[in-house]
Ligand binder design. Structure first.
Ligand code: PMP
Length: 428
């Protein structure tokens, strides 16, 4: 039986929104076009639950696309933000919190001794690349097809066919010259990496160690080590973009779980605890290239903002071993339950602790081409059916679900019941 949503107030807001905001939104995936419907406007959220302006209640697996590892409106995080705000919202001068969060991050993340904060992951990735170019004196970048590192011009490039293709812009308005130094290689293709490294002198090999922007496509065993070896052998810096995986898959991110330490790390999302903050970090030797310690200029009016730092620091301090074990168990329960619920619907359910993707594919998905070959129409229908049953999951096949520490067994039960009914509906 199909279910449906009341969305009159969202529809009214959307009609106004499209007059003033391109596509009605401030970031594209919110528009829900991939699942063929208009967006729902949020009224409020608490823990793992989201309430829209029409009064619908959802179990939320978007969780702002990653920052909210403790769920929405966590009381300790809200209190930290309020306390910080009462002392002033921004100074453009250093604060104690910035030192504390830098110390906390350096303690957790193997590849970071020193860091610089920014306001978005895009800025952090852009700045890391600038530093990598300054350190190596080289210009070219190796990027993986289907990887996303923010909307900076030079990385808005995807693979054409072939193993290592010179980047072709993936967005209008990006000049060919901006992506000319970007070489694209398929994820999990070791031979293509070796060939590209033999052919080009890279400043950086840039990777999401657990890519989650083509859906979640973890690395083959030893693939990250191969990247490390190629970087070492050819003089490139290995840059891990842990904007999603950082502090989520474990205290020290994917690099700690996989035992491969990059030269530079890009962080975002969780480090800001739901407020705008991100960072890039590395060894002291590399980071002292950044102004005013060194010649690489990079700055920001709101960088290290005291509210974002308070939210981030509180978020990190709440992430102890017990929390990570619980998030891993929550993820496992979802994965097993979704597998059962799918029955004979051909899906691949891929996960690491704190992240999962349901690929509508009979074949395992190892790279972007595999993700693109999924049954996107069936996925869209399933997500719409989930939404109608009170489960708000990422409205695109090329994204991961973000379970949080606020998801209780009751939320999981509700989710799996809805999932079974949604799979049955998709099957027809
Ligand atoms: N890198 C990765 C891996 C991301 O997933 C994202 C955003 N989802 C970014 C960079 C860009 O971060 P922001 O949206 O904060 O600019």
């Amino acid at each position: 039986m199909s279910a449906s949503l009341t969305d009159a107030k969202s529809a009214e807001l959307y009609a106004r929104a499209v007059q003033r905001l391109p596509g009605g939104v401030n970031s594209p995936v919110r528009a829900m076009r991939a699942i063929g419907r208009d967006p729902l406007f949020v009224d409020r959220a608490e823990g793992a639950e989201l309430f829209d302006v029409d009064g619908n209640r959802f179990v939320d697996y978007v969780c702002s696309w990653g920052p909210l590892i403790h769920g929405h409106a966590h009381p300790e995080i809200l209190a930290a933000i309020s306390e910080a705000a009462a002392r002033g919202t921004t100074f453009g001068a250093p604060t104690a919190g910035e030192v504390e969060i830098a110390e906390e991050v350096a303690r957790r993340v193997p590849g970071i001794d020193m860091l610089r904060m920014t306001s978005s992951g895009t800025e952090a990735a852009m700045s890391a690349i600038r530093v990598a170019r300054a350190v190596t004196g080289r210009e070219k970048l190796l990027k993986f097809s289907g990887a996303y590192h923010g909307h900076l011009d030079g990385l808005l490039a995807e693979a054409g066919s072939g193993l290592a293709t010179a980047g072709v812009p993936a967005s209008a308005g990006v000049s060919a010259s901006a992506t000319a130094n970007t070489v694209i290689v398929p994820w999990n293709d070791g031979e293509a990496v070796v060939r590209a490294c033999a052919e080009h002198e890279f400043a950086a090999i840039l990777a999401e160690p657990y890519p989650a922007n083509m859906g979640l496509v973890p690395p083959f065993e030893d693939f990250l080590q191969l990247l490390r070896n190629q970087a070492d052998a050819t003089g490139a810096l290995l840059v891990f973009d842990e904007v999603i995986s950082g502090f989520r898959v474990g205290p020290g991110g994917a690099q700690e779980r996989e035992g491969v330490t990059p030269d530079m790390t890009v962080l975002g999302k969780i480090i800001g605890g739901g407020l705008p903050a991100a960072a890039y970090g590395a060894s002291r030797e590399i980071m002292e290239h950044v102004a005013p310690a060194g010649p690489v200029y990079q700055a920001g009016t709101l960088s290290g903002n005291p509210l974002a730092v308070a939210a981030g620091l509180t978020t990190l301090r709440l992430l102890d071993e017990v929390a990570y074990a619980r998030l891993a168990a929550t993820t496992e329960t979802l994965v097993h339950g979704l597998r059962d619920a799918a029955g004979d619907v051909p899906v691949q359910i891929v996960s690491v602790p704190g992240l999962l993707t349901v690929f509508f594919s009979a074949e395992p998905v190892h790279d972007y081409a595999g993700a693109q070959a999924c049954d996107l129409a069936a996925h869209a229908a399933w997500i719409r059916a989930l939404l109608a049953r009170g489960v708000y999951a990422p409205p695109s096949q090329f994204e991961a679900w973000f379970p949080s520490l606020a998801h209780t067994p009751e939320h999981l039960e509700r989710t799996l019941e809805a999932a079974a009914a949604a799979f049955a509906e998709v099957k027809g």
